[in-house]
Design a protein around this ligand. Structure first.
Ligand SMILES: [Zn+2]
Ligand SMILES: [Zn+2]
Length: 332
């Protein structure tokens, strides 16, 4: 009976499949379907490679293995691995820290496929001794996550929450390079969400409001910032001003001048012409509850639905503040 080596009914998520019999006879029929590659391995090393088609195994089309087994015509030992060249989807999620050591959670989707099956088998399958799809998938997910953690941690929390599009694009490019080293093509990556703790969301809020990340970071907790700013009555933000005057001043670097309101008519309610913008884009407001940028003057956050409290002059004030962090107006 002729030995037939074929990957029958590969599952939707199956990347590789190992032919269970390690003893191969000359003259065996190897059937490789579309979007598949069959590779002969021995001791974790890649030997001969077959593309789609029906192949009769001879000493001619298995030259490397034939040489290895010493030119004998008796059955020989080899591991046949089929690799799917189709595109796969993976979900990821994890935790990392930003440049300022703010804890960040993230999650999303990525799409990948094998682009160089020989490199893939050498690096992942043979290199890690992973011979079934589950192990390979687990390895790829961990590898992706590790890269994601590493690359995201190079950014500041302000970038992550304010410029996520830019961060995604840059991180994607780096992850694609990582994947190429495994013989994989990372087709696309989508970051669906990033989140941080309440404490850091408040801190982020203060950074956005004052444009002075350094001063906010120097305070132990965001609550402390709020408390210092809201301490004295009557004298606006007097006490807060004395304790950390730099917090409410224009940032020193003139890199991003606050743009004057250019539209016709009255400025929108939330427009903060004199706001020390600093790290924030001019005229951009941020939700103190979820950290996402919201439309100027919004009364409710379109992302988390939280009501946005404002001082009489239209500045956003965080939960519990007694005075406006921007103009010092008393909050009822
Ligand atoms: Zn929100
Ligand atoms: Zn105000």
């Amino acid at each position: 009976m002729v030995q037939v080596i074929e990957w029958t009914n590969p599952g939707e998520d199956e990347i590789i499949w190992r032919y269970p019999n390690e003893v191969i006879k000359w003259g065996a029929q190897l059937i490789v379907h579309e979007y598949e590659v069959a590779i002969f391995m021995r001791d974790g090393k890649v030997y001969d490679v077959f593309g789609p088609g029906r192949h009769t195994l001879t000493t001619q089309n298995l030259p490397l293995l034939y040489k290895l087994v010493g030119g004998s015509n008796s059955p020989f030992k080899a591991t046949v691995i089929f690799v799917s060249m189709k595109q796969f989807q993976g979900r990821y999620g994890g935790e990392t820290q930003t440049r300022e050591l703010a804890p960040v959670k993230y999650y999303g989707v990525y799409w990948f496929k094998v682009s160089d099956p020989v490199l893939f088998l050498t690096e992942v399958v043979g290199g890690q001794s992973l011979y079934d799809t589950q192990d390979v998938t687990k390895f790829i997910r961990a590898y992706f996550n590790e890269g994601m953690m590493k690359h995201l941690s190079a950014y500041s929390i302000v970038d992550l929450f304010q410029n996520l599009d830019m961060v995604s694009t840059q991180v994607k490019v780096k992850l694609m390079e990582d994947f190429r080293r495994l013989g994989l093509e990372l087709v696309d990556v989508k970051i669906e969400g990033v989140n941080t703790t309440d404490e850091w969301r408040q801190r982020l809020f203060w950074i956005m409001q004052t444009g002075n990340a350094q001063a906010v970071m120097q305070m132990d907790t965001a609550k402390q910032v709020a408390a210092e700013l809201g301490k004295s009555e009557g004298a606006a933000i007097g006490a807060g001003m004395m304790i950390m005057p730099q917090l409410l001043q224009q940032p020193a670097q003139p890199a991003q001048p606050t743009q004057p309101y250019a539209g016709g008519g009255a400025p929108p309610a939330g427009y903060q012409g004199a706001q020390p913008a600093g790290a924030a884009q001019p005229n951009q407001e941020i939700c103190p509850y979820c950290g996402k940028p919201i439309p100027p003057g919004a009364r409710f956050c379109p992302y988390c639905g939280h009501e946005i409290k404002r001082c009489p002059n239209g500045h956003i004030v965080p939960e519990g503040a007694k005075f406006c962090p921007v103009c010092g107006a008393k909050i009822e």
